[in-house]
Design a protein around this ligand. Sequence first.
Ligand code: SF4
Length: 245
Amino acid sequence: MMRADGDPREELLGLVRLLAERVRADGEMGRALSYLVREQEPVEAAVVAGSAAAEPAVGGHAALDGVRAALGDCRRCLLHRTRHHLVFGEGSPQAELVFVGEAPGADEDAQGRPFVGNAGQLLTKIIGAMGLRREEVYICNILKCRPPGNRNPQPDEIISCEPFLIRQLQVIQPKVICALGTFAAHTLLKSEAPISVLRGRFHSYQGIPLMPTYHPAYLLRNPGAKKQVWEDVQMVMQALRQERR
Ligand code: SF4
């Protein structure tokens, strides 16, 4: 906030401007006046700052349920207006491997489950080829609600939704993360490099090895890239084997 250098009129003017900004932002986001809705504050703070219910030490389904409960009937961004189902994620809370995609598509929005459409079936095959079952890994997305027409996620949507992904990863504490596609890789790595440059080698997300690779939906359109994805997931399998030693 701008300093008023001790002039009370300037200070008051600054506060009025700040209040006007908050009202405008809340109006654009279609939410209640956030500074007046005190009963929501503990829930929000619990997720962002880390609640006892979601601490890694608790582990398991209960901690993930706590994150889901904090998300509630989320209206933190405008995507809540067009979604049919919020898609939180699914799989093992003790998963060694977490796949993070971009956002739900039409099938996922209809069923409330991640990666269940054509791209999801391909991901399930990839997981099987790795010698794993879907129930053994965890699958989620950067955004929990479908962008209309599968458009790209917007920066404000990612900012609103990312705290919940962060808490999911903190609860699960996977040994390896696989980021599927550009938006997952960019969001987790805070990088803007093309996915073609990022893939093929491990990066670090909060000390966890992270492998970016192409999104299965991209593979459906570009089957020639399957070879590169297979190279990436082989490196993931090798890293998991090393972690188990
Ligand atoms: S995309 Fe995320 S932040 Fe936006 S409404 Fe859905 S759950 Fe909430």
